[in-house]
Write a protein that binds this ligand. Structure first.
Ligand SMILES: [Fe+2]
Length: 419
């Protein structure tokens, strides 16, 4: 889950600055507006997709758009409405089984790899579910007693950030589906890649010594970003920019994907079993490389940051370059010092940090305690944010995490060096 649910007003750009809010009525209106904005963004992202697009599941890790739209709705029903609105009636008794993702304490659930088989409820049913829950949440925001408001709004805030996480997954998952389609469909024919900042591609010194990392208490965070704590930062330099496609092509031309000494043992096994010879979604036609994007198949831009690389590939590239991946503490100290040119909004950046609890971390009791804590093994931390991350969902302390072979996210890297 997230931090203790004790915030009386929305935080960050989800809802606007706290300082402008005065009366309880203004606080309630701000939460209502924040709720409407986030819910509308999900629908805006789904609106590019047909009913057929929205039911497809192209692999076990990727969920159908229709499922995302229903699951985030179930989250509000399960954790906000059922416990806090005594008059609320569940929309459909079958839905919790279908749309619970991984919350064991919230009851049994449908198998994740089979989400694409759920053609019914259909899209109209899911739209009706969303409208029903939207209305109930807005009633709760308006009518919750002042004595319960802080707790209710705290859970509402978690639900909003949860839905924003799924807004990103909605895009990454449909891109994976479209990448399996020989006609190279575009999610949005007008989509353009983000413009990476220009400037010197140098390495900059990270402030060394005992430095404090973790969420600093200003606005929302998930529970995996706290407790704030000290870390020893060595004398290290970090690249101001992300690794580019041109640099990755150099790695490929040098036989990077065919040189076992560059790879971790597990990574080399995946290279062999999956036949990797380029980043995810790259395709060679004649002598040119193309990349499947949200705008369809596009020529690989040498100047653009590389993305759709796994941790294994990022690690192998770093070894090829004679560098290493930064630790997540080094990354956070560097970004707080304003040293990184393209930390946010392009590609998540793999770090060499295992996804572990911060010192003193304890997951909360109950089903919401399953949000982050139970995944703290066998995954690596990514920092920053990507082109698919919604506005208001980006911060220096944010810890994303995926398994080392995963590369369907917008994942790239920057290098670090000790010399
Ligand atoms: Fe979820």
């Amino acid at each position: 889950m997230a931090r203790p649910a004790n915030s009386p007003v929305p935080s960050g750009t989800v809802s606007g600055p706290r300082t402008t809010l005065k009366s309880p009525a203004e606080v309630r209106a701000a939460w209502r507006d924040a709720f409407r904005r986030v819910r509308a963004e999900t629908e805006a992202r789904a609106a590019h997709l047909s009913a057929e697009d929205q039911i497809v599941q192209s692999m076990a890790d990727a969920s159908p758009t229709k499922w995302h739209r229903a699951h985030v709705t179930w989250f509000f029903e399960q954790f906000l409405l059922v416990p806090h609105d005594p008059d609320y009636t569940v929309f459909d008794e079958r839905f919790p089984f279908l749309f619970n993702s991984y919350y064991v304490a919230a009851g049994p659930r449908h198998a994740r790899p089979q989400r694409g088989l759920i053609t019914r409820p259909n899209g109209a049913d899911v739209a009706g579910y969303r409208e029903y829950v939207d209305a109930a949440v807005e009633r709760l925001i308006a009518n919750v007693p002042d004595t319960d408001a802080a707790r209710v709004f705290g859970i509402l805030e978690i639900g909003l950030h949860h839905e924003q996480q799924h807004q990103e997954l909605l895009l990454t998952d449909i891109l994976h589906a479209f990448a399996q389609n020989p006609t190279d469909p575009a999610y949005d024919v007008n989509w353009q890649p983000p413009r990476a900042p220009q400037g010197p591609s140098d390495f900059v010194n990270v402030p060394a010594g005992i430095m404090t990392i973790g969420h600093d208490g200003d606005g929302f965070c998930f529970d995996n970003e706290i407790p704030r704590h000290d870390q020893l930062i060595p004398e290290v330099r970090i690249a101001r920019h992300l690794v580019t496609n041109a640099e990755w092509l150099e790695f490929m031309r040098a036989g990077g994907y065919a040189t076992p000494s560059l790879w971790l043992s597990d990574g080399w096994a995946v290279v062999q079993s999956e036949g990797w010879h380029a980043p995810g979604y790259w395709r060679q036609q004649d002598d040119a490389w193309f990349l499947m994007t949200l705008g369809g198949l596009k020529a690989v831009d040498p100047a653009a940051p590389v993305m759709h690389v796994s941790y294994y590939e990022a690690d192998a590239f770093a070894r090829f370059a004679g560098k290493h991946l930064p630790g997540e503490a080094e990354w956070e100290v560097a970004v707080r010092a304003g040293l990184l040119a393209d930390a946010f909004g392009i590609a998540w950046q793999w770090t060499c940090s295992a996804y572990l609890p911060y010192p003193g971390y304890r997951a909360a009791e109950g089903a919401l305690g399953e949000y982050n804590g139970k995944f703290m093994v066998n995954q690596m931390v990514l920092r920053g944010s990507s082109l698919a991350t919604p506005e208001g969902h980006t911060r220096a302390s944010y810890r994303n995490f995926f398994c080392p072979p995963a590369r369907w996210q917008f994942s790239g890297l920057r290098l670090a060096a000790f010399d």
